[in-house]
Structures are given as C-alpha cells and as structure tokens.
Design a protein around this ligand. Sequence first.
Ligand code: ADP
Length: 369
Amino acid sequence: MAKPSLRSRLFLSHLAVMGVGIITLASVGWLYSPRLFVVSLERIEGYGISVRQVRTQLIQGFEFAWTRGMLWSVLIGAGAAGGLSYWVSRRIIRPLDHMEAVTRQFAAGHLSERVPPSEILEIQRLANSFNRMAADLEGVEQRRRELVSDLTHELRTPLTIVKGYLEGLGDGTVEPSAELYQRLAREAGRLQRLVNDLQELSKLEAGYLPIQTETVNLPPLLHSLVLGFADQVGDRPIEIRLSAPSDLPAIKADPERVEQILVNLLGNALRYTESGEITLEAKAEPDRVWLAVRDTGSGIAEADLPSVFERFWRADRSRDRNSGGTGIGLTICRRLVEVQGGEISVISQLGQGSEFRFWLPRAFPDRKR
Ligand code: ADP
C-alpha cells in the first residue's frame, strides 16, 4: 500500500486537531449552554420579572439559535481552517519537493544545481548542508575530470614520442644513436615519475604512508643534494648554494622523506629558474630546524599562493606540462612535512623568485633557552 505523503499527513493532522476542537466545543456547548440559559432565566425571575408564560419558547428559541450559530460556525470555521491548513502544508512541503527535484537533477549529473534559501529554519539548515555537500562533490568531480584529462595528456605525449621513435627504429627510417636512446630514456623517466607521483598520492589519500623517524644529521644530506643539483643546472647561469651552520642540530624525521621533500623543492626551483641563484638554507631554533629553498625564478602570483599546495594545481598548465610537472609534488611535500610533525609555507613574488620553507622537530630540543 502506498504510504501517505507528508503533505497529506500534515493536512490530515491539522484536520484531526480541528475536528477534536470542534467536537469538544460542540459537546461542551451542547451540555452547558441550555443549562446556563435556564440558570440565567431563573436569575431574571429572581429580580421579579415573570417569564413563566414564554419560558418554553425562550428555551426553544435559544436552542434553535445556538444550534444554527454552532452549525454556521463549524461550517465556516472548518472551511477556513481547512483552507489555511492546506496552504500551510503546501508552504512547508514545497521547498522539500523542490529539494527533491534538485537532488534528482544533481544525481543526473547537473552538479551546479543548488537548493534555494527557505524561510523555514530547519529546511534552511537542510538546504545549507545539501549545498555544502553539493559544492564539495562538485569540487571532487571537477578535480577527477581534471586528473583524467591531465593524465591522458601527460601519458599521451611521452607515449607518442616513444612509439614514433621505436617505429622509426623498427623500419630503419631513424638511425639509432646514443642521443636517441637518451631521449627515449628521458621519456620513460617522465612516465615513471608520473606513475610514482600518482602512487604516492594514492597512498596519501588512503592515509597510508610508511614514516620511520630517526635522528637525522642534516649536513651530509644537504651537501649531497646541492652537489647533485649543481650537476643538473646545464648551461643556465644558475648558482646553487648551501647556507647552513656547521653545528646544525639533528632532527627527528624520516631521512628518505626529508630528502624527497628537498628533491621536490630543489627540482621545482631548478625548473622555474632561468638564471640567478638557488639557495638551500638551514637554520636552527630551540625546538625545530628550518629548511628553505629560495630561488630567483619566475615566482608565483600572490593570488595563486593559497592554491600552490593543492593537488594538480599548476600556475601555467601548458608550460608546466612541457617541463614535465605533474602538479602533485607540492601536495606530497606538504603531507610529508605534516606527518613528520612540521609545517610548510611559501612566500613568492611574480618575476622575483620564491621561497619554500618548512620546519621539522629537533631530535634533542634545546631546553636551556
Ligand atoms: P609540478 O610537478 O607541476 O612542479 P608541484 O606541485 O611541485 O607540481 O608545483 C605546483 C605548481 O607550483 C607548479 O606547476 C608551478 O606552477 C608552481 N611552482 C612550484 N614551485 C615553484 C617555484 N619554485 N617557482 C615558481 N613556481 C613554482
């Protein structure tokens, strides 16, 4: 059996309340009014006015008037109350009906649909929750679409290059050379980086990241990183410098993860700097060690700074795609810093350069100060 709708329930409940009201009014009136009328007649007689001859007519007249009055009151009252109840039920139900229509539209893929505001507090709250959820889902869907389109593009470019060269090598139209194999290896490396980034990201999203913290002595790591990156500068006029005190205290962290963060930041600095300086700086505070990668590169617009650590965000999509960026690196960096108990931030000026800095806890905090 079909369940009655909320509108009919509301309407019926109003009618039921009204029915009980009318029955009570009529019964109490029916029981007491004639008696009270007789009592008032007796009181009038008590003042010396005789109503004995017309007493029966008076009582009948009163009963007739009372019944008629009651009948009209019930008819008009019930009509008015019924109409009002119908209107109120509609007013309450209409936003719910609307919400249901919006939900259906939303489920059908119209993710920009939102529930309009309502003057009923509870419904407004429900609408707010729905709209918040809708905005979140729209964001997720948007990012998913972007991810698929980015991935497709990201995968297609190196695959097309590799396929083209391999076919050329196969049918003899391309001469094998060391340079060609290096190019192929570079493209394969790009694919590998993408797959690694995605794997890392999926672990991050699942909340699973193996972190093995230990006491890490930073200077050897920082030196080897600077040397490694100096080799990658190529013929660009870039100087890579290390600025760290010789007595830099040890930190409590996972050395592989710290290296991963710094490789990412230095890699970005190198990617977005044409000339000038890239500085890897380390500074100690009583309970933490600050690490910063500063460059004199392209910089990031102020409006873009809050998005820098977001997944798949890139300042200039086409440029970064050519330079091999995936837009995942900084998201991973932030998560890695956070799971090791630190914080990461960025300051940057468009055309001037950027500084990514983060801190990690010291292995043996200095309690003297
Ligand atoms: P990607 O793999 O694209 O570099 P990241 O998450 O590491 O991904 O960086 C996201 C975006 O932030 C980059 O695409 C770039 O637009 C910007 N960015 C990151 N580091 C720098 C930097 N040192 N200088 C200028 N822009 C940067």
